[in-house]
Design a binder for this molecule. Structure first.
Ligand SMILES: Cc1cc2nc3c(=O)[nH]c(=O)nc-3n(C[C@H](O)[C@H](O)[C@H](O)COP(=O)(O)O)c2cc1C
Length: 528
């Protein structure tokens, strides 16, 4: 049994047995930047792009949305997708219940917002673009710089053959690839050992913004989570323990030129280095171990069907299922929803309940979220089950339910108002969970996934949860509802409350949905 089992157990129990270093205090004055900084790298600004109104959240997120054909990418499409997902698009100035409130009006501490949510708002995912001659720039490896919305050249020359070789037999016939890394220190300076758990969800959240954005436009993305990580790390000049590479996304490209079949360019590597802002960078043993454990067999891509037995078992409840209204979203473009997306941070107000249709739509969208990764060929069962703690939903009695996407129904698990349970088991003080209309909880059989596909499966589990979270936020924004997701809860209490001790399902995130207080104090400051 690999180290990921041990890490997963420690994470689940951390509300009761703190993880080391238990007395850690972040040095905020010495915090890292929220993006990498490559001094001297040549920058290529990405073009402005429009977004069609017919590319809606429905098309991106709901089961009967676009099927996602294989239309090709172009530079404007890539630019739009990056801007809407990880580019800086606004500044948070609204009054909310987080402890950073006092800092928000000060420009050096401004909190710039993005379309994708991120644990702690730290945005540790690095996006690299490796492009061969079929692309619009001279071939090379680039870093996407979110603050500039620009590509920065790290290496000139066609190294796409290296990525193709690292991928093995996966993906489109292309020479264009996005590679997603996580610079751990960008998150670990705050979350230390817990960091890996959060950042692996961040990767899924970003992949999901791309997936729903692309699907709404009739494009298709199929990320690989299994590939020769060490080889791509060398290519990108990354330190073995400083940055993990979590996904490679091949992009079918819109070009008249023939796709490069450049051979592997063994030895070619980025020599530019990210300039760290922190004077002191700490090393956390647990983080290093879980990174290495999940990187060790990175090329052992699971065989088709390997995950089939990791899905939750069929629901066995005896209560009559509660039928839900059909899922339907207002006609909102995906870009508009991503711009409107934000965390509620304490602004829930249950005076106006959520409708059953709004809850039903959010559940249907979240159940549709999956990574479409190399480990999940068509026919792979859904790996996550959604539970819903209902506080204030018109037409649905308070209680804890399991959602059954096949029949679009709720199955009662625990009757009665769950507000007190929810609030008792939340660690932070920035939300009153009782005022959320409902709290949706994705649960996955982490241990079964690790048994089926090895330690790297931890990345798949958490990326799946991150993908669900991002769909949750986007659907809520389209519905005009408040939303917030959180990791700060006692996982074990949720297992006990939902009776999941024998099913192996691990509740991994809480997702709060509801109406907000009217007329909030806010100042909308859009920059894109
Ligand atoms: C994986 C993940 C975990 C998160 N955990 C928490 C949490 O424990 N508590 C919380 O208040 N917000 C949490 N958030 C929300 C982030 O803090 C939020 O997305 C980030 O600060 C950016 O703010 P925005 O969502 O308003 O753009 C989480 C988000 C993600 C994606």
């Amino acid at each position: 049994m690999g180290y990921a089992h041990e890490y997963a157990t420690a994470i689940m129990h951390r509300g009761r047995v703190p993880m080391e270093p238990a007395d850690f205090v972040p040095d905020w004055a010495d915090r890292p930047r929220k993006a990498k900084y490559y001094p001297g790298a040549e920058s290529f600004p990405l073009p402005d792009t429009t977004y069609p109104s017919h590319a809606t959240v429905t098309a991106g997120c709901l089961p009967d949305g676009n099927s996602g054909e294989a239309l090709p990418f172009s530079l404007p499409l890539l630019s739009g997708m990056l801007l809407d997902s990880y580019g800086l698009v606004g500044r948070r100035l609204g009054v909310q219940a987080n402890t950073d409130l006092g800092a928000l009006p000060h420009y050096p501490q401004a909190n710039w917002s993005r379309g994708t949510a991120s644990g702690g708002g730290l945005y540790p995912v690095s996006v690299y673009w490796v492009s061969g001659p079929s692309g619009p720039l001279a071939p090379g490896a680039h870093y996407y710089s979110p603050p500039h919305h620009a590509m920065q050249r790290l290496l000139a020359g066609d190294v796409s053959g290296e990525v193709r070789a690292a991928l093995g037999a996966h993906g489109e016939a292309t020479d264009q690839y996005l590679v997603l890394g996580v610079k751990y220190w960008q998150n670990a300076f705050k979350y230390n050992s817990f960091s890996f758990h959060a950042v692996s969800m961040d990767v899924g959240a970003l992949l999901q913004t791309w997936h729903i954005w692309a699907r709404a436009r009739g494009l298709r993305l199929a990320p690989a989570l299994w590939f020769d990580e060490a080889r791509l790390s060398r290519l990108l000049g990354l330190g073995e323990d400083e940055e993990g590479l979590f996904a490679v996304v091949p992009l079918l490209w819109d070009t008249q030129r023939s796709t490069s079949d450049a051979p592997e360019s063994v030895g070619a590597a980025v020599t530019r280095q990210d300039l760290e802002r922190s004077r002191t960078v700490l090393d956390f043993d647990t983080l290093r171990r879980i990174h290495r454990a999940t990187a060790e067999h990175a090329t052992d891509r699971p065989a088709p069907g390997a995950l089939d037995s990791s899905a939750p078992a069929a629901l066995a409840g005896t209560a009559d299922p509660v039928a839900l209204p059909s899922a339907a979203l207002p006609e909102v473009s995906l870009r508009a929803a991503l711009r409107a997306r934000r965390s509620s941070f304490g602004r829930f107000d249950a005076t106006v309940p959520v409708t059953a249709a709004q809850l039903a739509t959010t559940l249907a969208a979240c159940a549709e979220a999956r990574l479409h990764s190399d480990a999940e060929p068509d026919g792979t069962p859904r790996l996550a089950r959604l539970y819903a703690f209902v506080n204030h939903v018109d037409g649905v009695e308070p209680g804890a339910y399991a959602y059954e996407p096949g029949t679009h129904t709720l199955q009662l698990v625990v009757p009665g108002a769950p507000g007190s349970f929810l609030q008792r088991n939340y660690f932070l003080s920035n939300y009153n969970l009782e005022q959320a209309a409902a709290v949706i909880v994705p649960a996955m059989r982490t241990t079964a996934v690790l048994d089926a596909v090895g330690d790297r499966g931890y990345r798949l589990v958490n990326a799946t949860v991150g993908a669900i979270a991002q769909t949750f936020y986007t659907a809520a924004a389209a519905l005009g509802l408040g939303a917030g997701v959180a990791l700060g809860f006692d996982n074990i209490s949720y297992i006990e409350e939902l009776g999941l001790e024998n099913s192996g399902e691990a509740p991994l995130l809480i997702m709060l949905l509801g109406n907000e207080r009217p007329q909030p104090a806010d100042f909308r400051s859009d920059i894109a």
